[in-house]
Design a protein around this ligand. Structure first.
Ligand SMILES: Cc1cc2nc3c(=O)[nH]c(=O)nc-3n(C[C@H](O)[C@H](O)[C@H](O)COP(=O)(O)O)c2cc1C
Length: 176
């Protein structure tokens, strides 16, 4: 699958995953895609905890009890660091998002699915609860969780506005 096919194929999968385990070398390959993502001033602020141990997966699924999290064979927890990297500015959200998108495209190309869980972590101290399970230091923050597996069913593709409502050449043209 080339990069354009992976972009077209990627979608958030929130359903049940098949009972198919994910080899460690595949997980490493996905993380390597995240590590290769750009980051502000190449400061590489995101780090990753890969969870493939059943007991730990279960503890995270207790915090996020969705079908995908309850059946995921692995999860990648993206950990951000909000330290300033340039003239007092920090870019941890952008750094993390770039890494997440790279990993989503990589896992799609490898035949797996996931869902970008971020907003849901901001309620009921879910991010902090997951940080505690994974023994993440107080200086870091759980930004995104990616439950990964082989989807049991096809999730319908979401739609996008057409090019003309999102983009224009040379001058602004009343994009939405
Ligand atoms: C910053 C960000 C936060 C998100 N947070 C969540 C979330 O907490 N839970 C969830 O189910 N999906 C979450 N999503 C996934 C979006 O809902 C999804 O990407 C969007 O609806 C488009 O669908 P698609 O990814 O299948 O194309 C998030 C996506 C982004 C980029």
């Amino acid at each position: 699958m080339d990069v354009f096919e992976a972009i077209a194929e990627r979608r958030c999968y929130r359903g049940i995953f098949k009972d198919v385990s994910i080899p460690r070398d595949v997980l490493v390959q996905i993380i390597e895609a995240g590590i290769k993502a750009p980051s502000a001033c190449n400061q590489q602020t995101p780090s990753f905890v890969v969870v493939d141990d059943c007991a730990t997966l279960k503890r995270i699924a207790e915090v996020i009890p969705t079908p995908a999290c309850k059946t995921a064979k692995a999860m990648i927890v993206c950990v951000s660091d909000s330290r300033s990297v340039y003239k007092g500015l920090s870019f941890y959200k952008e750094d993390c998002a770039a890494a997440v998108e790279n990993m989503l495209l990589a896992l799609t190309a490898l035949g797996y699915s996931s869902v970008w869980i971020d907003g849901a972590l901001r309620f009921d101290q879910k991010a902090e609860k997951i940080a505690k399970v994974l023994k993440i230091p107080d200086t870091k923050h759980v930004q995104v969780v990616l439950p990964i597996g082989v989807p049991l069913a096809q999730e319908p593709r979401t739609t996008r506005l057409p090019f003309t409502q999102r983009a224009s050449f040379n001058t602004w043209s009343n994009q939405t």
